[in-house]
Design a protein around this ligand. Structure first.
Ligand SMILES: Nc1ncnc2c1ncn2[C@@H]1O[C@H](COP(=O)(O)OP(=O)(O)OP(=O)(O)O)[C@@H](O)[C@H]1O
Ligand SMILES: [Mg+2]
Length: 491
């Protein structure tokens, strides 16, 4: 790798640094190391000793408990912009590089692109430059800082599965996890764990999708039942007003300290609401062009409701063969239909995955024997032979084709569901797949009306469950307003 300064590195002449005067391994040692050796690299207080704030120390206590306690293996900090995520990552990286009493420490900094990874690296390098006693211990290269006396190193790595193989990190930091894909996160988290203590730490603002790795980890952290996973989230309360400055303080621990309120006020007037909520208030608001406003669907959840056996229901089915999800949802036939999961089968992300058709058939059979199924409306694509056999078993009047690609049918169904959602005339069982697919769905306006489509740029964000629910709801609505009558079927 090319050295940052041309020519071979001069040998290190300074004796190894003695950290024996610092407290033993743990958060007190991090604090003492930062205060005595590090300076604020830029921004407010640039050049002053790096004094960790009480809220930062709380986080560090969680990540680096005193020596007798077990350290977590993974951590996630969700913080809005400008709260010192990158600076804190640099402090922890330097502590791990120099002072964590670890043989041949390996500190890896991963980010979606090199520029992002360089933010932490640049901050760390600047802090070293500001600390002569550290500076004389290291060789600095373009993307690597080496401490020859201890064999420790700090490196930046691209967030790419191949580049992440074969390391043995003592600390791995992902700056801005929200842009990292699932396979990269798996590669990151499986790289560590070979040492007695190692930490994979992600520090990020929220992503724009509840189907992201970050949201999965946020939900995991919120559940709070794994001591090896440290989680801290700073966010304004859900649904707060955009200009509620008290909520701003809840979300931004650095506000009025090294984050300035006038900058936030200016932004609140100039950037779009979802972006402000996400970046400045730490809230999960979905992407900008979704079909429903964030939180509207969640507001209709009624997870305690059990659809009683024998209830009159309509079923919507959107099948796939391999790529997308296969989704089967029900809707009760009543003035305020309740939408519920019957079965959903998701491709976990592999190319050769096939939907387990026998399981799908069993779920359909179970639904027909449990409920009074007035109609199963199914997209026939890839499922003709099953549809045929269900029609033979359950009657041709009850099993009908519903081509979800046919806008003349799908647009009115979508509109009906939209109106019902806006008016609060529908409830649902809080099924997580449906919730994710609803939040992925974008509305596209056609001559026939709005229909749902997925984000073309993010094809993995599926919407099949939303389609099945729209179909189930439309058919339930139909039977609420029309008496069942004999109908001709298309085959
Ligand atoms: N105690 C402190 N902790 C963290 N940063 C501090 C502290 N004191 C001063 N600062 C300065 O505050 C600024 C914090 O910015 P930083 O880039 O670290 O925030 P961020 O959350 O990563 O922002 P972004 O979301 O834009 O990436 C830096 O210039 C840093 O030097
Ligand atoms: Mg940053």
């Amino acid at each position: 790798m090319a050295p940052s300064r041309p020519g071979p590195k001069a040998p290190i002449t300074a004796p190894p640094l003695d950290f024996s005067h610092l407290p033993p391994r743990g958060w007190e040692r991090v604090e003492a190391f930062a205060t005595r050796y590090l300076k604020v690299p830029k921004g407010t207080g640039a050049g002053d000793p790096f004094l960790l704030r009480p809220w930062q120390l709380d986080i560090i206590k969680g990540l680096f408990p005193q020596c007798t306690e077990t350290r977590p293996r993974q951590g996630l900090l969700s913080l809005p912009r400008g709260n010192g995520k990158t600076a804190l990552a640099a402090v922890l990286a330097l502590y791990a590089l120099f002072a964590d009493d670890t043989a041949s420490a390996q500190v890896l900094i991963v980010a979606s692109d090199e520029r992002q990874a360089r933010h932490v690296f640049t901050a760390a390098r600047r802090m070293i430059e500001l600390a002569p006693s550290l500076d004389e211990q290291v060789h600095v290269y373009t993307d690597r800082i080496v401490v020859p006396h201890t064999g420790s190193e700090l490196r930046t790595l691209p967030a790419d599965v191949g580049a992440l193989q074969g390391w043995d990190p003592s600390l791995m930091i992902v700056d801005e996890l929200h842009v990292v894909t699932e396979d990269v996160w798996e590669a990151v988290s499986s790289a560590s764990g070979k040492r007695e203590t190692s930490l994979t730490l992600a520090i990020s603002t929220p992503s724009d999708s509840v189907e992201s790795v970050m949201f999965k980890l946020v939900e995991y952290g919120r559940a709070d039942d794994d001591a090896s996973f440290y989680f801290k989230e700073y966010a304004a309360p859900a649904g707060c007003a955009l200009d509620d400055e008290t909520a701003w303080y809840t979300a931004n621990p650095a506000l009025d300290d090294f984050l300035h309120i006038d900058a936030m006020r200016a932004q609140s007037r100039t950037i779009r609401e979802p972006a402000f909520r996400r970046y400045r208030l730490g809230q999960w608001v979905g992407s900008e062009d979704t079909w429903l406003k964030f939180g509207v669907w969640d507001g209709l959840a009624n997870p305690d409701r059990v659809v009683a056996p024998g209830s009159r229901v309509a079923l919507g089915f959107d099948g796939s063969v391999s790529g997308d999800s296969t989704a089967l949802y029900g809707a009760t036939i009543e003035a305020r239909p309740h939408i519920f999961l019957v079965g959903v089968w998701n491709n976990p992300g592999s190319d050769d995955w096939k939907v387990p058709r026998a399981e799908v058939r069993a779920a359909v059979d179970r639904a027909f024997s449990t409920y009074d199924v007035v109609e199963l409306a199914a997209d026939p694509w890839g499922w003709q032979s099953e549809l045929q056999s269900w029609a033979e078993t359950y009657g041709e009047r009850r099993v009908v084709e519903f081509n979800t690609g046919y806008r003349k049918r799908m647009a009115p169904a979508t509109d009906l569901m939209y109106q019902a959602i806006q008016d609060g005339r529908v409830s649902h069982d809080a099924d997580p797949t449906l919730r994710a697919h609803i939040s992925n769905a974008q509305a596209v306006t056609t001559a026939q009306g709005d229909v749902l489509q997925k984000d073309e740029r993010k094809r993995k964000r599926r919407i099949d469950a939303a389609i099945a629910a729209v179909v189930a709801h439309a058919r339930a609505h139909h039977y609420l307003t029309h008496k069942p009558k004999k109908r001709a079927v298309s085959w």
